[in-house]
Design a protein around this ligand. Sequence first.
Ligand SMILES: [Zn+2]
Ligand SMILES: [Zn+2]
Length: 303
Amino acid sequence: MFAVTILGNNSALPTLDRHPTAQVITCNDQLMLVDCGEGTQLQMAKYRVRRSRIQRVFISHLHGDHYFGLIGFINTISLLGRTEPLHVYGPPELLPILQLQLDVAGTVLNFDMHFTPLTPEGCGLLFREKDLEVSYFPTDHRIPCYGFRFELVKRKRRIVPEQARQYEIPSAFYSKLGEGADYIRKDGTVVKNDWVTLPPPKGKSYVYCADTRYNEALLLPHVNGADLVYHETTYLQDQEARAWDRYHSTSVQAATLAAKGNVKQLLIGHFSSKYQEVEGFLDECKPLFAPTDIAREGVTYLV
Ligand SMILES: [Zn+2]
Ligand SMILES: [Zn+2]
């Protein structure tokens, strides 16, 4: 299961009651931070996120509203005595930026920071740990920008007991069947695995689409069939031309992508500061894709 806690749902300009992008994903007892806009630390305190448990940080791109809070977060956890390593994933330029900020302050971190650069060529699987797989993909933005797909992959095949009994396979061999092994009888004949098992069930998935223009060719393959998708809606639909010029998306575009991608649920955010109220985004999305929700700060969405 994934739990996605929203810490910020606004775009670049600060507002009094909304914060720039940051989300915390909880999975298998580990916490992962996706983007870290200015003020993320205060939001973590407000919503009781245990920052010491964050093991991985994913930065989608180097517009300030997605990473200006990162050096503060890194400094704080070091001051609090962290010794466990921190994995940071982001565009290659992020590392020298962080390094300069640490160097000029004479800061030596208490922990190892493992940095993985995200590049257009490297897109695909980022890491695999137990049943969790995280991959990344390019979005359509003014500067290099990446979305992330979090997936819980079930690997055990499902045994069909009637079939297994029919072929007289001893139950002691069932765990091997789950791993995909064929069964060889004493007389040497083979019972093929797929005669007695079904493919593994589909695991849960969450996709974070980062900042992007509407781009079906680029994004549909990555959102396809996901249980939950976060897609930016910086503007309402009457601002479609402006959204295109600024490499962002509208409400209707996010809902259209969700519908075409057969996703189960859509979360929208990254609202322009020009909107004081954001409920109007739902009015535009729901007729096209009913299971749409606003990514509300402080709320945790379960997948
Ligand atoms: Zn942004
Ligand atoms: Zn951006």
